[in-house]
Design a protein around this ligand. Structure first.
Ligand SMILES: [Zn+2]
Length: 424
């Protein structure tokens, strides 16, 4: 099983400079390789669609014969690295495997792009990476780095040596387990981190629990459980969000390209980092609690839920253009912020459940808040209606009602999938 360990790096001045240098070269390589692929792709597209005006036959064959459209893929680009290294001496000092990993990342981005195209979606073409976007590089194996760890009193102190870059100290707030597979160096605004991805032995499974739970994810509460318990959004979250908004406003007042603007942008990055960190800690804690307590956890499928939750954009009746719609825009923004949170939270639950031998099910969220958990009757409810009250006598909080429906749906799904287990 894979497990990641992330620590803050404390590089000295020289190492810090080198880290930035390598990261910049990796980004440069990524963008250059992307550009090459983009050209090849466009050329290919052009050759695909053109048809001879008189004969009606495709010109593609002639064109590709003339232009010799080169098939650009990971292996092609990897082969070119040797040449790049010969031409550009600044690349000579960078570990080959690190550069290969850059190309592999690009390759994965393209694979994902083509997969989505094949699925009939319209994904965005892989993007060029700006300085603030491309923030990490990876050693995919044991070459190019070395880690030593020593005990200092109660603390574990590590030193990470990177060939041609330098050394950094690490304080290991928790020990690394298992065998290290890959090492990723990541920049977060003005701080550096290292992430060790390790192969670890599967843990002891938790004792079987008799409790089951359905979970409704929401805006008012992070989660509402089918037994009526709630997980609130952390209080500090709102405060951090306010800071972020203030800083974003400050940024918009700064002149483009100015030093002040750059500083304001850094402050925003820091605010984002703080929110992300707090949220991650909180989600880890809550997901651990859920997995420890419940044998089966049922969530609604968030991707499906998004389709139903987002306010529909308003369209102009005559022109068909989309109108600026305050509520829709705001709703979209809010949900997109929460979405990120929900996805990560569910992801952590899935991961921990797999470790602990728990069952996690995702169900279609349709009508879960409209349907009565007592009698099954569906009745349209406004988003503002917080209470579920039914003729059958069921009186419940709206979200608890939904959570009960989610649990019931999860049980149905499991019963269909594993009839033997359901009766056991
Ligand atoms: Zn009812």
């Amino acid at each position: 099983m894979r497990k990641a360990f992330k620590y803050r790096l404390y590089p000295n001045q020289t190492t810090r400079k080198q880290l930035s240098f390598v990261l910049a070269r990796c980004r440069e390589l990524y963008n250059a390789a992307l550009s090459e692929r983009k050209d090849a792709y466009q050329l290919h597209q052009r050759t695909m669609v053109q048809v001879h005006p008189e004969t009606g036959t495709a010109v593609a064959a002639t064109m590709s014969a003339n232009l010799r459209v080169r098939k650009v893929n990971y292996y092609e680009q990897k082969r070119d690295l040797v040449e790049i290294k010969q031409m550009r001496e600044e690349y000579q000092q960078i570990a080959s495997h690190v550069l290969q990993d850059v190309l592999l990342r690009l390759s994965r981005a393209f694979d994902a792009f083509f997969r989505r195209v094949t699925n009939g979606e319209t994904p965005g073409f892989p993007r060029f990476q700006g300085r603030n976007r491309y923030d990490s590089f990876t050693y995919p194996d044991g070459a190019g780095w070395k880690l030593t760890v020593e005990e200092q009193g109660k603390k574990l102190k590590g030193t990470l040596y990177l060939t041609h870059i330098g050394e950094s100290t690490i304080t290991l707030h928790r020990p690394i387990e298992g065998k290290i597979n890959t090492v990723t160096i990541k920049r977060e605004v003005d701080e550096w981190y290292v992430i060790f991805s390790c192969e670890v032995a599967a843990p002891e499974k938790l004792p079987i629990s008799s409790e089951e739970v359905g979970i409704d994810l929401g805006v008012t509460h992070l989660a509402t459980l089918s037994n009526g318990e709630m997980i609130e959004h952390p209080r500090y979250y709102r405060k951090a969000k306010k800071t972020l908004e203030k800083r974003q406003q400050a940024l918009s007042r700064k002149k483009k390209g100015s030093h002040r603007r750059e500083r304001a942008r850094q402050l925003i990055g820091k605010a984002h980092r703080k929110i992300a960190r707090q949220r991650r800690d909180f989600h880890h804690k809550q997901s651990r609690k859920l997995v420890e307590r419940y044998q089966m956890i049922v969530f609604e499928d968030i991707r499906m839920a998004n389709l139903t939750r987002r306010p529909k954009p308003k369209q102009d009746e005559t022109t068909g253009q989309y109108l600026p719609n305050g509520a829709a825009a705001k709703g979209g923004l809010n949900t997109s912020m929460l979405d990120a949170g929900w996805g990560a939270f569910v992801g952590m639950c899935i991961c921990k459940a797999a470790w602990a031998g728990r069952t996690l099910v995702k169900v279609n969220p349709q009508f879960t808040s409209q349907m009565c958990s007592g009698c099954g009757q569906v009745r349209k409810k406004d988003l503002s209606e917080r209470w579920h009250s039914c003729e059958c006598g069921t009186e419940l909080d709206r979200d608890v009602n939904a959570a009960i429906n989610i649990l019931a749906r999860g049980k149905q799904v499991l019963a269909r999938k594993e009839p033997t287990r359901a009766t056991a």
